[in-house]
Design a protein around this ligand. Structure first.
Ligand SMILES: N[C@@H](CCC(=O)N[C@@H](CS)C(=O)NCC(=O)O)C(=O)O
Length: 204
């Protein structure tokens, strides 16, 4: 039997979620090694000393240590849903805002006690700048870059999930109805259900 790729993962990590979404969509089911972020396996650190997840090791030894690299690699193998069929620059541009300014605001909104320079609501308002961009896009079309999903949707949705969960009551009443509906589509998707299954913590 051919060796499976090995995925070091953390169930709730938004970067790991997006990587698993692409792998599962491409019908690549790796050996998932769920890590404890407080006690990372030595093999993970050996493959990728930076110590973040997700990290994918291919059977030929190649190591992909960024979630986006894993996504591009997985969909290059197979892309049955056509997630690659959108303008690459537009995809990268949205993801760059997500992974940059939005993620920064999200961390501060989620853990305001670690960033006492400002009130939590300030960080939320910073994050809302991105929510407004997404809402405007979704007023025009079903997904962020058109009427079908793309890598941008998959790469961004786990972060919106986190943002929404910080204060679910606020999010439910916030002026982003299209974004709420879009988030719901992803949360209810069978694919998300599959990739959120629980794996036992990997012990070396
Ligand atoms: N740029 C990386 C970021 C991955 C990342 O930051 N993952 C977090 C978990 S969500 C992590 O592993 N943090 C290390 C730690 O908490 O020790 C990617 O896209 O894969």
């Amino acid at each position: 039997m051919a060796a499976l790729p090995i995925l070091y993962s953390y169930r709730r990590c938004p970067y790991a979620i997006r990587a698993r979404m692409a792998l599962w969509a491409a019908n690549i089911q790796p050996e998932v090694r769920e890590v404890s972020l407080r006690d990372k396996p030595a093999h993970l650190l050996q493959l990728s000393p930076k110590g973040t997840v997700p990290v994918l090791q291919l059977p030929d030894g190649t190591v992909l240590e960024q979630s986006l690299d894993i996504i591009w690699w997985a969909l290059a193998q197979r892309d049955p849903q056509g997630w690659l069929n959108k303008d690459h620059d537009a995809v990268n541009c949205l993801i760059a805002i997500n992974d940059g300014d939005f993620k920064k605001a999200l961390d501060r909104y989620k853990y305001p006690e670690r960033y006492p320079e400002q009130l939590q609501v300030f960080y939320r308002q910073q994050g809302e700048q991105f929510l407004r961009i997404l809402e405007a896009a979704l007023e025009q079309q079903r997904f962020l870059l058109g009427d079908s999903a793309s890598v941008a949707d998959v790469a961004i949705f786990p972060f919106i999930r986190q943002f929404a969960a910080v204060d679910a009551e606020w999010f439910a009443l916030s002026p982003y109805p299209k974004l709420r509906a879009w988030l719901e589509v992803w949360l209810e998707s069978p694919l998300f259900g599959e990739i959120m299954q629980k794996f036992p913590t990997y012990i070396e």
